[in-house]
Design a protein around this ligand. Sequence first.
Ligand code: FNR
Length: 385
Amino acid sequence: MKIASTHDFRRKAKAKLPRFLFEYVDGGSYDEVTLHQNVEALQKIALRQRVLCDVSDIDLSTTLFGQKMALPAILAPVGLAGMYARRGEVQAAQAAEEFGIPFTLSTVSACPLKEVASKTKRPFWFQLYMIRDRAFMKDLLQQAMEAECSALVFTTDMPVPGARYRDYHSGLAGSAGVLGDMRRIFQAIQHPQWAWDVGVCGRPHQLGNVAPVLGNQTGLEDFFAWMRNNFDPSVTWEDIDFIRSIWKGPLIIKGILDKDDAIRAADFGADGLIVSNHGGRQLDGVPASCHALPAIAEAVGSRVTILADGGVRNGLDIVRLMALGANGVLLGRSWIYALAAEGKHGVSKMLDLFAAEMKVAMTLTGVTRPEQINQSILVNNNNNI
Ligand code: FNR
């Protein structure tokens, strides 16, 4: 299949992946209202076409948190991304590094932090969930410091996981009667076409950052049980002090949808925040990211760096979120589809596509630098959202 867009990567990923893995990445929580809103509301943000304004010299690069980037985009943290291609996080991190944008490694990655660090040359970002076991968290933060990770993304919108119906239907989630499905899942993972090597072969080092605390329990089921039991709903803003006592680099709070929380994040000394609803995977019915973004940017845009994600499927969407107030944009499912479809090469190809699309969007809205992208390139400014 000739790949021209994220839709093509998605189709190819769907054809290639065992069902439970495709559904895990493609799905959202409950009725998936927010998931669809993220994509559809963003697509509807109308760009204002301008002509004859000499846009021959376009530069897509930008600087965020003191880091130069080839594109105002970052690969978002995605749990178990390493299952979508062999040692998938390493492949994606290398593609991001070669392109010149940050890769974010999830706490619940399949490849451990040290493995990604040893296979890349430049620092990547690390994402942290608040885990009940603070000693484990402390160790992870210290590893991130030692690996010289260039930013810490602290995800706050997962005190408990949202229910995802598709994972129940595919057999990935739930307990009653699921064992049969789990066995099929294990078979799929071990299929030679993939030779997936996470968590099912009794090799603890292959369960990523969580492996040391899992001990002898090395199954995928054990991994999900650990996740269910260890997310910490008691966490508050004051816990940021605990993180700050160990982490000395840029701190970015992920999962902000409300102006008042954005103000608190700034008050508690965050360097940046990510307007995000976890890709529609947590509380269904919350606003699309693009709808939440303008008020947050207005409230704290002068104090912290604003990032946003949710529904970004091409380079035009990056421009749209930036026009609504983001300084940079995280890519979620789009890089997983590309990774599943074509490995590292797919992620590189996706980034080339997004850059080309972003360039076209800037050309036809009459701007030449990411810093010039603002509400003036939208039709009727705010009225269209
Ligand atoms: C995620 N996301 C996520 N976020 C995070 O902070 N830590 C994580 O481990 C994960 N894991 C994860 C798994 C899967 C399968 C998906 C699809 C998403 C959320 C992710 O970082 C990002 O916020 C969304 O994916 C953005 O929305 P789009 O681009 O996927 O629509």
